[in-house]
Design a protein around this ligand. Sequence first.
Ligand code: ATP
Ligand code: MG
Length: 645
Amino acid sequence: MGSSDDPNRTQAAIAACAEFHRRSITDRDGFWREEAKLVDWHEPFTQVLDYARPPFARWFTGGRTNLCHNAVDRHLAARGTQPALIYVSTETGQSRVCTYQELYEEVNRCAAMLKARGVGRGDRVLIYMPMIAEAVFAMLACVRIGAIHSVVFGGFAPASLATRIDDARPALLFTADAGMRGGRTIPYKPLVDEALRIARHPPRHVILVDRGLDPGLAMHAPRDVDFAAARAEHAGARVPCEWLESSEPSYILYTSGTTGQPKGVQRDTGGYAVALASSMRRIFSLAPGETMFTTSDIGWVVGHSYIVYGPLLNGSPTILYEGLPIRPDPGIWWKIVEEQKARTMFTSPTAIRVLKKQDPAFMKRHDLSSLRWLFLAGEPLDEPTARWAADALGVPVVDNYWQTETGWPILSAQPGVADTPRKFGSPSFPVYGYDVKLVDGVTGRDAGPGEKGVLTIAPPLPPGCMSTVWGNDERYVSTYYRTIPGREVYSTFDWAMRDADGYYFVLGRTDDVINVAGHRIGTREIEEAVQAHAGIAEVAVVGVQDAVKGQVPIAFAVVRDASRVADAAGVAAMQQEVMQTVDRELGAIGRPARVHFVTLLPKTRSGKLLRRSIQALAEGRDPGDLTTIEDPGALEQIRAALQVP
Ligand code: ATP
Ligand code: MG
């Protein structure tokens, strides 16, 4: 599976990567001073790292720069006529290619709209939009004038939107009449109206892109303004970039909320620009001008970093895709790769699992010779899925692990540094800049090779990571740095293990550990064991309270061939097989007390398993906030499965 079968070359590559990492930690200043040359500074920084107030790190202090300048303006001379933003919608059938020059024009007009409404440096702007080009214009317009954007995923319900509005207190909100999903129109405006009605701090202005999708669209003057009309007022507008001090915020992004109350992750300006520009070369291995195709949503961190800012900082065309991976047919992504000559692709394991269920002929139909890498992140990447993708596409699959908080990968292969072989099931090594430590969550001691530990990062966090929780320094420190006894380290709240070769394996979230008769087992480990059964496509394991054992694992599995569980005898046989597989792979201690079969699992639209909701249902509690659930039918199946003993 490695890129080289020559053990000497393999060892040399691993050593080169480790040496690069070592230097980033032992000579932080020298290392990052060099990386900082990848971006334009209006005024040079006076200090690489200001760490006077641990654990708060301020990068490139005294330097003045602007994200929009670096993503757009600086490329005009060399790439004005080259594509910057390639918008493709299989929902509306529309597409549009903006060159860097056109993107510059649009962003300026959008910035002028903001200025005309009194929005400026430090003001917040909320963006609640579908995957359309105007959403990217709005983001770049904000950072151009020093306004702080907060993009809220377009699938959130009014109450969730209102919570974020009250936390960020935006002066203005961008939205659209509607989004579309699988050919169905989802009106946004009524949701916005409802959110603004219940919010305590609603914005004064709403600018709405009318896509002509919602015949019932209601506008409320003077608050609501039509984007096209406002744009028309600012033809040829030029709005200068606001030169921000490096630590000034660029945006706020709320975490997915998988584990509860979302936190407003605050990102700086200079550190983020440097980290992303650096990662494009060293991790994503993309040369300026080469195309990136990231299939996430702008509402998530992957969308911020690798649909919008990363590729544009790099001078690369980026693809903004509105639609599903299987519509009009499961070949659509590969058709886009072929047409746009995408070189680096970034998607989620969930999306690949969806494609895996389709006819592979759809993939083979397209010329994928431009494609060099497939990056996957956001959730655990199981070995069969990784293997399938690598075989089907014929390119290396790079599992990378990170969080909304960090803004760019913590663990990943770094092919732009050294071409280390990848191991299936592992996101390889710590990325340069991250001083990763695996620690025992109870004693705080370092975990040895092969031992499981909490994945933590010794501060200071590298450039690009969150500066603080928006408006709440105290919460930043207490949430992330006060959980490991005796150690002031940043906790990711994920378990991991390192093997003898230094490869890391992410074992699940620390709160996904269940306690069976005194034994602590990660639900992820049990899931992996269940998945070793070739007939299982996907599985979720949760711990459920049990009077005798404390907790017992319960599995909800999706069977590859549904006919195998069509009757009671089939179900019983399959349950037996699954339990035996777990006994063999993990030991009887991990054996699920019950195995239920469903046809789909409840997930967020970003592909994260709603484990907490499943567990709540299994324990007869309220499943909680379900506004970003992909398909509510999945929870109904869990409910139904639980009725049948
Ligand atoms: P919240 O923090 O609000 O509960 P969340 O953690 O789901 O939400 P994100 O920041 O989007 O929000 O997700 C980061 C988490 O996703 C990681 O902490 C980890 O649990 C998981 N994750 C991301 N990438 C990988 C990966 N490559 N392998 C395994 N797990 C991953
Ligand atoms: Mg998290």
